[in-house]
Design a protein around this ligand. Structure first.
Ligand code: SAH
Length: 215
């Protein structure tokens, strides 16, 4: 199957819309980024199905509708600098790169960052900076950020990330104490403090400490 075939793309966009991804900018960004480029072998053939799929290091590329809903919830403007914690395949970062000024993305697995960088280059996405590290500590050198998106589940929104968010900024993070029950939270930072908003149930791999052992 040709991943870019018009019929496949139409069905992909239809599925996104029917699951609540309705913003034109987000849909256009997702239409322009080939999810198949972030997948290997047999999984690349399933790139346009609305399902999470396995990637290297025992991790997963998120479900497209979840990528769309999180991107939408982040309310990114074209001038924004965004931090993503959990590069994984790089797909979410690539979608963000289409609608933000600059995207910083960090993962604890060096191999995932290397593979994602190759795809960013192949797709000419020059406004993404990727780094290997424990993203729970954010990226102090590049802070503060207008937007922060965490694509692994934490017990609580990590303190360093909250402090690296600009006043007026928004952070989207899955929060939960187990692998099965997690809620997507939106945090808004104002001069008066932090305001939390529960968005929907989600299921992500856990945010782990330290660097990953390569597999
Ligand atoms: N956004 C990705 C999917 C993320 S899967 C995509 O679009 O494909 C979750 C990722 O979070 C995994 O790659 C995992 O290695 C990473 N991760 C988990 N804990 C982390 C931490 N403390 N710092 C950085 N990355 C982390």
């Amino acid at each position: 199957m040709n991943a870019l075939d018009a019929e496949t793309k139409m069905q992909f966009l239809f599925a996104l819309r029917s699951r609540g991804v309705t913003e034109t900018r987000v849909l256009e960004a997702m239409e322009s980024i080939d999810r198949g480029a972030f997948l290997r072998g047999i999984f690349a053939e399933r790139a346009y199905e609305d399902v999470p799929l396995p990637i290297s290091c025992g991790q997963t590329i998120s479900q497209p509708s979840v990528v769309g809903l999180m991107t939408q919830a982040l309310q990114v403007s074209p001038r924004d600098t965004v931090l993503e914690v959990g590069t994984g395949s790089g797909y979410q970062a690539a979608v963000l790169a289409r609608i933000a000024r600059r995207v910083y993305t960090i993962d604890r697995h060096a191999r995932l960052v290397q593979e994602a960088r190759q795809v960013f280059e192949q797709l000419n996405l020059s406004n993404i900076t990727s780094l290997v590290g424990d993203g729970s500590f954010g990226m102090p050198d590049q802070a503060p950020f207008d937007r922060i998106i965490v694509t692994a589940a934490a017990e609580d929104p990590p303190g360093p990330l909250l402090s690296q968010l600009k006043v007026g900024g928004i952070m989207v993070v899955p929060v939960g104490q187990s692998d099965t029950v997690q809620t997507l939270i939106r945090v808004r930072k104002s001069e008066n403090g932090l305001e939390y908003d529960e968005l929907r149930p989600v299921r992500f791999v856990p945010l782990l400490e330290g660097l990953g052992k390569e597999t």
